[in-house]
Design a protein around this ligand. Structure first.
Ligand code: FAD
Ligand code: FES
Length: 281
């Protein structure tokens, strides 16, 4: 059946191909649509968009799209926190999911052409930003300097380790890693992610730069304080907001913040917009 017959609330059927344990309580689920037409149509998503994912018999949740649309395979990365994510983590290759989307505004990657991109992520905050990074690398000529700063609590909690290794070895951009607490395996920076900004040799351009920040609230606050000291402007800092998303399509009002719906006006907002919505960060 082609997706043109679907209503906005009707998921399309996806089949799980492979499941990888990313870090403790976090798994990556590779999947494809059963219907090749659905597979083709979904490919038009933008970094920062999300999907509504049905785990049959348990419920439906919002999950970001960590792949770039320029990549071949579709996948979600989900942290087990409650009922639906626990059921998702119990699935096996060959099992089916329902997928609606892509939804949300996404990062306007074409608006950033010619600009420097600074990506700052903490922990699983790398999930939505992975898509931004891969998209920028696959369109490398469109952007100026690209810098990635990624931190986790321990080396064992770094996400997408194979991809990180490739980024570290790529001469076309900078990738800096840090952990809060070290172990015997770790030879790199130790400290919160903002300590990387002061690493010898790191020069962060302020003019003509967009800074992407995603991570836990405490990391977000510290990073914003550092960026403010360096004179980055609120309009040049972008992030994603998370709220309980139910319908995903601007109908139910569950995700409302002030005058905005996270599911349709977001989840991507500039810091300037976040302040205007009255969000306290
Ligand atoms: C746009 C968007 C994109 C998202 N992308 C991802 C992703 O890529 N990977 C991922 O692991 N998670 C993501 N989430 C969060 C994910 O939707 C929730 O973790 C999921 O709905 C939890 O469902 P559950 O039934 O397992 O947990 P529940 O039983 O509903 O909740 C368990 C615990 O998690 C907390 N929680 C649940 N949902 C949220 C939420 N939206 N924000 C903050 N706390 C919450 C609850 O307060 C509770 O303490 C995203 C959320 C949004 C809105
Ligand atoms: S989740 Fe229903 S309006 Fe946003």
């Amino acid at each position: 059946m082609s997706c043109s017959t679907h209503t906005i609330y009707q998921p399309r059927i996806a089949v799980l191909e492979e499941i990888r344990q990313e870090i403790q309580d976090v798994k990556t689920f590779y999947w494809h649509f059963e219907d090749p037409q659905d597979q083709k149509e979904f490919r038009n998503f933008m970094p920062g968009q999300f999907a509504m994912v049905s785990v049959f018999g348990s419920g439906e949740i919002a999950l970001s799209l960590p792949p770039s649309p320029t990549e071949e395979r579709f996948f979600f990365t989900s942290r087990r926190v409650g009922k639906v994510t626990a059921a998702m983590h119990a699935l096996q290759p060959g099992d089916r999911l329902g997928v609606r989307g892509p939804y949300g505004n996404g990062f306007p990657m074409k608006d950033y052409y010619g600009r420097n991109l600074i990506i700052v992520a903490g922990g699983i905050g790398l999930i939505p930003l992975r898509s931004v990074i891969i998209y920028a690398l696959h369109n490398r000529g469109q952007y100026s300097k690209i810098q990635i700063f990624y931190g986790s609590r321990t080396p064992k909690e770094l996400m997408y380790t194979q991809t990180l290794k490739e980024w570290m070895e790529d001469p076309g951009f900078e990738c800096h890693l840090s952990v809060d607490k070290t172990d015997d395996t770790w030879k790199d920076n130790v400290g919160v992610v903002g300590t990387l900004f002061k690493k010898p040799g790191v020069v962060m351009p302020v003019d003509n730069t967009t800074v992407f920040v995603c991570g836990p609230p405490i990391m977000f606050r510290f990073v914003l304080a550092d960026l403010k000291k360096m004179n980055f402007q609120d309009k040049d800092i972008v992030s994603t907001l998370e709220r309980y998303v139910k319908c995903g399509v601007g109908k139910c009002g569950h995700c409302c913040i002030g005058m905005a719906y996270v599911c349709t006006d977001g989840p991507v907002f500039t810091l300037e917009q976040i302040h205007r919505l009255g969000e306290v960060i």
